[in-house]
Write a protein that binds this ligand. Structure first.
Ligand SMILES: Cc1cc2nc3c(=O)[nH]c(=O)nc-3n(C[C@H](O)[C@H](O)[C@H](O)COP(=O)(O)O)c2cc1C
Length: 329
């Protein structure tokens, strides 16, 4: 294990996160990041929904919530980056501690609660970026927005980020914002998608829009989501966010922590949701995320129907070497 990964394990999770990303940013500014992470694989040329990707591996939302690290992350070899979740207003999220690493089971539990600096701050970073690759922006609702206001939050973000993003993700699946997952339900989803459709038409938005879903929904709910997407201007699905089901964990202490579980224990559940969607709709564009810690996991997501794959926990636990492992032949 590298010195940096050992040091990283000793720090509290959120400090480790900002320390490592700030280190990457510094190395990028000093122009030595490229020399350290020397690329050993060929670029591909993948066209997906009109976007041109150099490979199928990207970052998942939450890693760079405010777009502070776009240029540094972009230099590591990812085929695309997704920043956010961002909300209209800045908010501090839930009280700390709210991120828990479970090294023995290659997983993380988090209950951050959409801590972010607000959409205007993110947009400034998007405008200033030098990164030329594909960039998605993941948008959400503020904790205290309810009813129409909650739906309006998505529209406000969509309108502000659309010019500066290659694709946009509507995140209805964080388990850490009270009642957010209710948006998976038929009635709420109809209101949300109708509002998005209207905004897309009014602003003539031509960017692909994805819905990021939870792995904890029933088959019936997923089938309803597919129908909604097929009948709207939305392009596809990102499956999945974290799960609130901890039954697959062995460590009893960790099991009782509130929040969303990510990493190795969710690989099967998350990939099953992907396969299920694919079995119900052969052509729906899919991005797979959840539990990818190796090239085999990456291939499993592709075989289950994903055109692109995102990583978060695997990247935190294994560092940039995971990118090389996945992308090398
Ligand atoms: C600490 C942490 C913060 C996250 N924040 C977000 C977020 O803001 N928005 C989002 O859509 N997903 C968020 N996620 C979920 C990830 O994007 C991803 O869907 C999930 O972790 C499963 O992938 P993984 O097993 O590769 O981590 C977060 C995950 C973690 C571990």
């Amino acid at each position: 294990m590298s010195f940096f990964l050992k040091l990283f394990k000793l720090l509290p999770p959120e400090l480790a996160h900002s320390f490592s990303l700030n280190s990457l940013k510094l190395l990028h500014k000093l122009k030595i990041l490229k020399l350290i992470y020397n690329k050993t694989y060929q670029d591909e040329n993948i066209i997906f929904l009109g976007m041109n990707f150099k490979n199928r591996l990207g970052t998942a939302a939450g890693l760079d919530k405010n777009g502070d690290y776009i240029d540094a992350l972009g230099e590591l070899g990812f085929g695309f980056l997704e920043v956010g979740t961002v909300t209209p207003l800045a908010q501090s999220g839930n009280p700390k501690p709210r991120v828990f690493r479970n090294y023995k089971e290659n997983s993380i539990i988090n209950r951050l609660g959409f801590n972010n600096k607000g959409v205007d701050y993110l947009v400034n970073n998007l405008k200033r970026r030098n990164y030329k690759g594909i960039l998605g922006v993941n948008i959400g609702a503020n904790k205290h927005s309810i009813g129409d206001q909650r739906i309006n939050d998505y529209i406000v973000c969509l309108e502000k980020v659309n010019k500066y993003a290659d694709y946009i993700t509507i995140n209805i699946s964080s388990p850490n914002t009270p009642n957010l997952r209710d948006l998976h339900n038929r009635e709420n989803l109809t209101l949300l998608i109708d509002a998005i459709d209207k905004s897309i038409k009014d602003l003539n938005i031509i960017k692909p829009i994805f819905l990021k879903i939870s792995p904890d929904e029933s088959d019936k709910t997923i089938i309803n989501i597919i129908t909604h997407i097929e009948n709207s201007s939305l392009s596809g699905i990102i499956a999945t966010n974290t799960t609130i089901d901890k039954s697959m964990l062995v460590n009893e202490k960790i099991k009782s922590i509130d929040g969303g579980l990510s990493g190795e224990p969710i690989m099967n559940k998350s990939t099953q949701r992907l396969s299920f969607i694919k079995s119900k709709s052969k052509d729906i564009p899919l991005i797979g995320v959840g539990g990818v810690l190796s090239k085999e996991d990456f291939n499993e997501k592709i075989n289950a129907g994903a055109s692109l794959v995102q990583i978060y926990t695997g990247f935190i636990l294994k560092g940039p070497n995971l990118i090389t492992e996945v992308l090398n032949n």
